[in-house]
Design a protein around this ligand. Sequence first.
Ligand SMILES: Nc1ncnc2c1ncn2[C@@H]1O[C@H](COP(=O)(O)OP(=O)(O)O)[C@@H](O)[C@H]1O
Ligand SMILES: [Mg+2]
Ligand SMILES: [Zn+2]
Length: 260
Amino acid sequence: MNRIPKAASTAHTCKKYKNEAEKMNALIYGAKIGGIDCQKCNNRGVIYLMQGDEVVFKKCECWKVRQSLLRIKRSGLEKLLRKYTFERYEDEEPFQKFIKQKALDFLKDKSECFFIGGQVGCGKSHICTAIVGELLKQGKEARYMQWRDDITRIKLNANTPEYSALVEPFKTVEVLYIDDLFKTEQGKSPTTADINIAFEIINHRYINSDLITVISCEKTMQELMEIDEGVASRIRELSDKYTICVNKDRNKNYRLKGVW
Ligand SMILES: Nc1ncnc2c1ncn2[C@@H]1O[C@H](COP(=O)(O)OP(=O)(O)O)[C@@H](O)[C@H]1O
Ligand SMILES: [Mg+2]
Ligand SMILES: [Zn+2]
C-alpha cells in the first residue's frame, strides 16, 4: 500500500463522489495496453482508497501483466516476440536440436552471454528473440539493438551531447539483445568507430557480471576475432559454453527450405 500526497481537495465540491478516492477511481483513466481493458482500475494499474482522511492506492490485480507488457513494448521486440518463440522453433535437424538445447540450458544456467554466429537464415534471430522473450517473462528489462540501424544513429550523434544518452541504455540495460553484430552495408568491413562503440558496450557488460547479453552475428567467432580481438575475446569469454557457430551451409538457411 502506498500513500500519496492528499490532492488539493475538490472532492466535497462534487456531491456525486463520497470521497476523493472514489472520485479519482472514476475520473482518472490510464492507457489500454496490449488489449487489456480493466474495468476495476480504468487501466491505471492501481486502485485508490481512503485510509482515514488520506488517499492511498493499491496495485490492481492487472498490475503484473500490465508491467510485463510495458517491458515488452519498451524492449522494441513487441512484434518479433509473437513470431519467434521456442514453440515455433522447429528442431527436426540435428543442428536445430543443438541450438535449441543450448538456448534452453543458457536460460536454466542463468548465464551471462549467449552468442550465435554464422550461416544466414539458420534461425539465429529467431532463437535469440525466444531467449529474450523468456527473460522478459521472468521480469527482466530488455533492449533490442539492431546493430546496423542503431550504430548508424549513434555514429551520427558522435561528439554531440546526445551520444551518451543513445549508448548508455545499451551499456546498462539488464538484458541486451544485439542482432547482427557488425553487419554493414554491402558487407563492408566494420569501421574503427564501429569497433570502438562495440567495445564500449561489450566492455561495460563484461565488467558488470549481473548483465545479460544475447548476440546474433553473421560472422563466426573466428571472423569476429579477425575484426577485433578485444571485442571478440570478451564475447568469447562471457558466452563460454554458450558460443555457437553455425558453419556456412545454404542447406541450413530456413528461408530457402525446399528450394534445393
Ligand atoms: N528452426 C526454425 N524453426 C522455425 N522457423 C525458423 C527456424 N529457423 C529459422 N526459422 C525462420 O526462418 C526465418 C529466418 O530465420 P532468422 O532467425 O531470421 O535467421 P538468421 O537470423 O539466422 O538469419 C525466420 O522467419 C525464422 O522464423
Ligand atoms: Mg538474423
Ligand atoms: Zn486493473
